[in-house]
Each structure stands twice: as structure tokens, then as C-alpha cells.
Design a protein around this ligand. Structure first.
Ligand code: SAM
Length: 225
């Protein structure tokens, strides 16, 4: 049974995809997709030996040795052309690390048919990388899991120009307004408002920090509408 977070990532993997899950740790995501017969081949890439051992444990437990291949490698170096990978998932990391992994893995002009990315923070950094590197978003969502809000981005080759607001809040989120997305930003709004109230009671409305927070709440309330 996958967590709500990983189940949401899995739901965007197309039937029959040839998948590379980068930073796979226990390989729960590819193992689940293979066991449910949605896909028939996956690579579980890991940069560290400990998590790669977890991958091997999962392979042994479910007898997935023929279809789930563990690879010790930095990012997309786990993938070779012969693997015919069309779909890449990268989940549970910061957006800067995800963007770095994508940048390092695209030096040869390679484009994957589908990227499914779940950055924990700095989601705008990932959207910006996609926009600057000839991927466009196909969809986005936010999932609440155990009190946390996780963003999932689905990208395909193509070009789109996103505004600063779209890079920050997500073009599809702004359009579809998923409930978890609204709750996430309402919480952020409340958090910043609380800080502003403290600055007000300390008579610090003239500070740069206060003006910065004011800007943030204006942006959030405009996005939430
Ligand atoms: N993807 C799983 C998930 O979402 O539950 C595991 C996430 S875990 C928090 C992050 C994993 O990414 C760690 O096991 C770490 O070793 C791996 N990792 C970090 N940087 C990496 C890189 N450059 N290449 C491959 N794996 C990496």
C-alpha cells in the first residue's frame, strides 16, 4: 500500500511505461506499479548504497528481479539509451536537487516523454527549470498526506511561458484550484499574517521584512481570489 503522496505520483504513470525512479530508496513506487501490472520494466536509481540495499530487499521480497533493475548512480546517470526509458519519476526531494538532477541528465539534448516530479520545497525552481529547458506542464496537483502538502508536477516536451505568479503557484493549480492547494496557501497566508502582527506590535511596520511579508500576503490573496 503506497502512501497518499506516492499513490498520487503513481497515478500519473501511464500503463506500459518504461520507468526510471530516481532517488528510489525502498523502490516502493516502481515495485507497486510492477506488481499491479501497470508497467513491465523499471529502473530504481540511487546515489547511496544504504537506500540501494533497500531497493534490493524490495526486489527480493516480491521476486521482481527480472523487471526492476537497481542502479547505483548519480541522478539520471542510472539510465542508459538501451533501457528505452520514457517516464522519469523523482519524488521526495527538494526542488533545487530535482532541478540539478534534471540539468545534469539533459546535457545531451535528451528529452523524456514524461516527467513526474514531486518536490517537497522550492517548487517554483522546478517549474522554472522545466520552462527554460523545453518541457511544459501537462498537469499539476497538490496532495495532503499526514498533515503535509505535497505538489506533483507532470511535464512533457514542449514550450510554454509562465508568469512569475504561475511559476510560484502553478498554472494548473491556479486554474483548477485543488482543495489541498487552497489549504496549503491559506496556511501560508495565516503564517505570514501572524508574523506581520508580531512586527506590528513591535512597531516595525517600516522594516524591509514587513514590506516583504506584505508583498507575500498580497500575492497569496490574489492567487486564492
Ligand atoms: N523517492 C522516494 C520517496 O519519494 O519516498 C524516496 C525519497 S528519499 C527522501 C530521497 C532519496 O533520494 C534518498 O534515498 C537519496 O539517497 C536519494 N538521492 C538523493 N540525491 C540523489 C541523486 N543525485 N541521485 C540519485 N538518488 C539521490
Amino acid at each position: 500500500q503506497l502512501s497518499r503522496r506516492l499513490a498520487t505520483v503513481a497515478s500519473y504513470v501511464r500503463d506500459g511505461a518504461r520507468l526510471a525512479d530516481i532517488g528510489s530508496d525502498h523502490a516502493y513506487l516502481p515495485a507497486n506499479l510492477l506488481l499491479n501490472k501497470h508497467i513491465s520494466f523499471a529502473i530504481a536509481g540511487e546515489v547511496a548504497q544504504g537506500p540501494l540495499d533497500n531497493v534490493q530487499t524490495e526486489i527480493n521480497r516480491h521476486r521482481l528481479g527480472d523487471v526492476l533493475v537497481p542502479r547505483l548512480a548519480n541522478g539520471l546517470a542510472a539510465v542508459t539509451p538501451e533501457d528505452l526509458i520514457d517516464t522519469v519519476t523523482i519524488a521526495g526531494m527538494g526542488g533545487r536537487l530535482i532541478a540539478q538532477i534534471l540539468a545534469d541528465g539533459h546535457t545531451d539534448g535528451q528529452r523524456y516523454q514524461r516527467l513526474i516530479l514531486q518536490p517537497n520545497i522550492d517548487i517554483d525552481v522546478v517549474r522554472t527549470w522545466l520552462m527554460d529547458n523545453d518541457y511544459q506542464l501537462e498537469d499539476e496537483t497538490v496532495v495532503e498526506d499526514d498533515g503535509h502538502f505535497y505538489e506533483v508536477l507532470i511535464a512533457v516536451p514542449g514550450h510554454a511561458d509562465y508568469s512569475e505568479t504561475e511559476l510560484k503557484f502553478g498554472p494548473f493549480n491556479l486554474e483548477k484550484r485543488p482543495e489541498a492547494w487552497q489549504t496549503k496557501w491559506q496556511r501560508e497566508y495565516d503564517r505570514v499574517k501572524t508574523i506581520m502582527a508580531k512586527l506590528e506590535s513591535a512597531n516595525k511596520q517600516d522594516s524591509d521584512a514587513y514590506r516583504e511579508y506584505q508583498q507575500q500576503v498580497t500575492e497569496i490573496s490574489e492567487a486564492l481570489g
